[in-house]
Design a protein around this ligand. Sequence first.
Ligand code: COA
Length: 540
Amino acid sequence: MKCWTSKTDTSSKQYLDNKDKYMELIEQLRQRQEIAMSGGPGRAKSIQRHLNRNKVLARDRIDLIVDSESPFLELSTLASWGQHNDEAPGAGIITGIGLIHEVPYMFIANDATVKGGSLLPISIKKHVRAQDIALEQNLGVIYLVDSGGAFLPLQDEIFPDKDHFGGSFYRQARMSAQGLPQISVVLGGCTAGGAYVPALSDEVIMVDGIGRIFLGGPPIVKAALGEIIDADELGGAALHTKVSGVSDYIAANEKAAYGKLREICETTNQRKIQDRQPWIQWASPEAPRYDPKEIYGIISADDRVGFDAREIIARLVDGSEYAEFKPDWGDSITCGWSKLWGHPIGIIANNGIIFSESAQKATHFIELCQQRKIPLLFLQNTTGYMVGSDAEASGIAKHGAKMVAAVANATVPKYTVLIGNSYGAGNYGMCGRGFNPRFLFAWPNSRIATMSADTAQTVLVDIRLAGMKGQQTTESEIEAIRSEIANQYETQSDPYYATSRLWDDGIIDPCDTRDALGLCLSLAAREDAPSDGHGLVYRM
Ligand code: COA
């Protein structure tokens, strides 16, 4: 494979200006992640209370469990950002993938320093998303339970619907039946529905003095039965391990519990991270020849100005090698083959608006990757499919639909990174969230909406004015409508707005993208070969 020859002039003023602007975005990302992780000044008291009870903080718990050399791919760190008065950093739950004895597991850890670890609607969404990833990618799940259960003031948004609390127990039971270990360590409260997390687990460890499981806590028992009993007697580790049998092991402290957990994981008989299956033609990894940090200067500081996706690809893939498919046709999409951390990968990346030819080329390429069983990586940076009379006459609607259908039906592992704009149906054709990529990450410069704020102003002002037919409107009234629409679209297309609502699995630094995708591809490589799909390749 040939190495891509970069045309980026890293000494040009434009490159340096772009880089300065991007460094501000990176700084903002780091600050926000720091606030989400530490909770900011508002959470100092509850953190101190947690520590005073001799309890370990949720992220430190995971650190104590995973292998010393293990990466930890944390997901959706900024879930709930800007919502709930910023009182629920990370949605009060930490999810991510780490290794125990070289076997990857999904971790779901309640953060008891946020609303007592109780689950808001967005926390349930994050919990269920982690389970869906585990279910699809054959990962056992470790539950570090320390939770007040459903966040009661919002019970209607947590309890009854398909993907609410009940859905999480449904998934847990289904995963267990599929041979994916479900193991709980009880480190705090598990009340009412929360009791079913350990109760549905394959094996349970309770930590003496802090872990408690009961369907109704002491206040409910008193109110219902007039029985006065303390929490440990009612549902502590000794009762459940030595009397009820709800728990299998009692640990004197957290450290002992994690030692026991690691011992349990020696017996689970799961594939290790490096157990690559024969359908993957893996090669020794090679670093990109171009420095990934140069991505900062390649992405334009103005999101209306494009950049060549091949310059990005050259900074993500092994040896910067990229075998481009149909390089002389449909040039607003580039498709081609590379390796990433040694894994073969087919890349589809936007270079602007999607035209009919580009859509057909991408469809053809998806079929080739499906036939060859090569995972697909979508790098989104598009304002959508082309509009206008020429585009319609060229059949853009049917060519776009072919691409969308091919994406939906490809059974090879799919991954998506928003490296720029994700507008309109471009989001669908390029494997947006609705198309179930295994992971979807966003860069801090990305934007996601039905259309850009600029376009929305024009379209929506025209619609409003048409609806106000006959009424006199002054220039300043039109300007007010325009600015209201622009503000709404600016706010809602912001990547932090998106990540807060879990439209992605996290905002990541472009320089961390290669490592994150490398881990994701390793998970897929330990699976059996994807199903064939229809296996046909049509020339478009
Ligand atoms: N819903 C809403 N808020 C909850 C909550 C829940 N289920 N559980 C805890 N919280 C909140 C508390 O109101 C408090 O909020 P604040 O920080 O704004 O004051 C915060 O979480 C900490 O709770 P607190 O009771 O002070 O902490 P604790 O460490 O002493 O006890 C629990 C933690 C989880 C054992 C205890 O809060 C509890 O028993 N909660 C209720 C559990 C329950 O009955 N759940 C039913 C689920 S269906």
